[in-house]
Design a protein around this ligand. Structure first.
Ligand SMILES: O=c1ccn([C@@H]2O[C@H](COP(=O)(O)O)[C@@H](O)[C@H]2O)c(=O)[nH]1
Length: 274
């Protein structure tokens, strides 16, 4: 297998720059005529994989919506990860984990070790305990050729209170980007360690030395647009992966309509790899 960064770069070239989320909100289950239980969840996830597992470069199941249904929900998540990978997508599991190093080792084993039933191609992680606390995940990702996306400048309006705080002359968000960039040193064409920066943010960090991808959630339901992405990530557009969940999922449950929504967004963001 090849490192995650190289696989991501190839997938973006082949399928276009888009990450599509599988976020089975209770309201979406109802809108799709599905029951608010693990059976409805399973049908929702299966339909998503059928519609865009073979189309989107990256598929991002949101773990929280699966965890809601307990062990039966986790079982659906496990088979969703496997099915989306089998359809050719890279699976980014959105779990936003972060803890002291010894516990981080266990999270890394759960999500990045191919022997685990929940192993994904990449996961989201939170650096609130310090980027260094994530070292077991960086090590496991390197060993198993997986990826990490570290929260840096999140899409929610509450984020800047912490992320724009200035410490030793730079914002916390910039410090996270710089720390992640140091771990990508020398990697081509794309390092395996990315950051998360919303398509809604007002004060973007400088991503030019990141050397990895920028996952940009917030497009669609949260108000972010293709123009916002162009403005926010100006010098680093090639590395940006816009992430969309509800904007696509609202088109379901019709598989053709879901596909059309994904195809429209891939076309909207074609400029990122021009
Ligand atoms: O800064 C962040 C980090 C993660 N997310 C996640 O992305 C999706 C967004 O869903 P939409 O329906 O497209 O708004 C969701 O899973 C969030 O948990 C984010 O929004 N912002």
């Amino acid at each position: 297998m090849t490192g995650f960064g190289a696989r991501l770069d190839a997938a973006l070239d082949e399928r276009g720059s888009l990450c599509v989320g599988i976020d089975p909100h209770p309201g979406l289950l109802a809108a799709w005529g599905l029951s608010d239980d693990a059976v409805g969840l399973g049908r929702f996830a299966d339909t998503c994989v059928e519609a865009f597992g073979g189309l989107a470069a990256v598929v991002k199941p949101q773990s929280a919506f699966f965890e809601t249904y307990g062990s039966a929900g986790i079982a659906v998540l496990e088979r969703t990860v496997v099915a989306a990978q089998a359809a050719g997508a890279l699976v980014l599991l959105d779990v936003k984990r972060g803890d002291i190093g010894s516990t981080m080792t266990a999270y890394a084993r759960a999500y990045l070790d191919p022997a685990s039933p929940l192993a994904a191609d990449a996961i989201t992680v939170s650096p609130f305990l310090g980027v260094g606390s994530l070292d077991p995940a960086f090590a496991a990702a390197t060993e198993h050729e997986r990826g990490l996306f570290v929260l840096a400048a999140t899409s929610n309006p509450e984020g800047p209170q912490v992320q724009q705080a200035v410490v030793a002359g730079r914002s916390v968000a910039q410090a996270v980007v710089d720390d992640v960039g140091a771990r990508n040193a020398g990697a081509t064409p794309l390092g395996s360690f990315g950051v998360v920066a919303g398509a809604t943010i007002a004060d973007p960090p400088d991503f030019t030395a990141l050397g990895g991808a920028v996952l940009a959630p917030g497009v669609g339901a949260q108000g972010g647009t293709a123009d916002d992405v162009r403005r926010i990530f100006g010098a680093s557009l090639r590395a940006v992966v816009p992430s969309v969940s509800r904007e696509v999922l609202r088109a379901g449950p019709d598989v053709a309509a879901l596909r059309a929504a994904v195809e429209r967004l891939v076309a909207d963001f074609a400029f990122l790899r021009d």
